[in-house]
Write a protein that binds this ligand. Sequence first.
Ligand code: UDX
Ligand code: UDX
Ligand code: ADP
Length: 465
Amino acid sequence: MKTKITKICCIGAGYVGGPTMAVIAKKCPHIQVTVVDLNTERIAAWNDKDVANIPIYEPGLSAIVEEARGRNLFFSTDVEKAIEEAQIIFISVNTPTKTYGKGKGKAADLKYIELCARQIAKISKDDKIVVEKSTLPVRTAEAIKSILDNTGNGVQFQILSNPEFLAEGTAVTDLLHPDRILIGGETTPEGQEAIQALVDVYSNWVPEEKILTTNVWSSELSKLTANAFLAQRISSINALSELCEKTGADVNEVAKAIGMDSRIGPKFLKASVGFGGSCFQKDILNLVYIAKSYGLDEVADYWEQVIIMNDYQKKRFSTKITQTLYNTVADKKITFFGWAFKKDTNDTRESAAIYVADDLIAEQAKIAVYDPKVSREKILADLDYLKTRSQEENTASLVSYENPYEACQESHAIAVLTEWDEFTTYDWQKIFDSMLKPAFVFDGRNILNKTDLESIGFIYQAIGS
Ligand code: UDX
Ligand code: UDX
Ligand code: ADP
């Protein structure tokens, strides 16, 4: 299959597909890149004349879309046409954790992937390279291949695994300057040719020594493992944060001290209210499920503990707020600074804020949220998704504000849930003056200055000190 790559299609215009294809289009002006999605609203937003309205907020992304859109970057709902024309098809649809049946709550739900595979098989009239971009459980490529080979029109398919390592909030930089590109494919000559075709796309801007090629299964498992290791570091430092609170050690000092060991390194050691995002929990649950399915109970239990610790850290934060506010938050206004799962994104999937709010509302608190990028509809939808109580009750218990100062008026406490930079620049005296006394700050991200806040009069509590 020595076709020259002139057209790429990506199925799924989400947090992964959108930014990744925008960067490929920017760096490969000779390749036409079409991103398709079933969601017409989402495609309309990607095509919005005002590039500020694209559906995903990522620093630097709108400029790239503006540069490439209409030149060699297209967003469309015509899935069939895009598949038919492309030589390489990326599958970048969502793979949420199953909410039903076998593996419920743990295994990845592959129904969207299977639908894509069937659609590709039906439409393709010439040989294609199909690339898994979504995080998928190990051996998904095998399943895709079986569907393609058995339902297709007799054309040849090569399946590659090309996991995405971008982090939200820094997606554009991560895509422009990746630590590595990982491409897994079959060891046959045809597999190697397909790998080379994808290597040739990336080598338009990524140095060859950073492009790693492996067999399919190593590539798939590497993605899960990378996320499991990253999440494990956070659960490890968070586990230590409670010990620090009990003993008088300071987790920031401990993190700095251990991070200077070059074998450990300084990154991903920030204690927090708990990790969120669409990947960490899902990928670890996935790893746990795979291990269990091979009967490897010790392996499964080892990794599951990372999730158990993270759930505990979120619970510990909400409990600390209630206990500190004299064991009752009933009818008390508590202000959340931040709802997104991390700064510089409007994504809220698995954000700790959702679970902390849910706990506090169960204690009848009134939650006031300010997040610079997350809409009120999204916040309430996140809460409703938990199905803890009725929509009406959620709507009555949570209000969101466009202005941080208004969100704090007559509030008993502020809880920092996301590390948005702007929170550190506020007029904290003004905030203090508008709150009920004593005024509490629970800093779930350790971003505020304890000494400054205490000198204003706040009672300040951080994580791990
Ligand atoms: C360790 C710490 O590294 C050191 O900083 C501390 O002061 C004392 O404890 P040590 O036990 O001497 O040092 O050796 P180390 O190199 O850390 O190895 C410990 C064990 O881990 C060895 O059995 C080694 O074979 C094993 N190991 C290490 C692995 O199995 N895999 C690895 O990747 C690294
Ligand atoms: C992650 C991986 O980093 C990325 O490589 C993969 O492709 C997708 O999953 P993402 O979830 O976008 O990316 O963000 P990340 O920066 O990893 O943060 C995940 C969560 O961990 C956030 O809630 C963040 O606030 C939290 N975190 C991160 C900490 O609590 N402490 C840290 O030190 C680092
Ligand atoms: P991710 O973070 O993995 O990118 P998102 O949920 O942001 O996940 O994006 C996945 C996108 O895939 C969604 O916009 C969804 O509408 C789209 N999608 C899911 N299944 C299909 C399909 N069969 N064809 C086209 N698009 C799909």
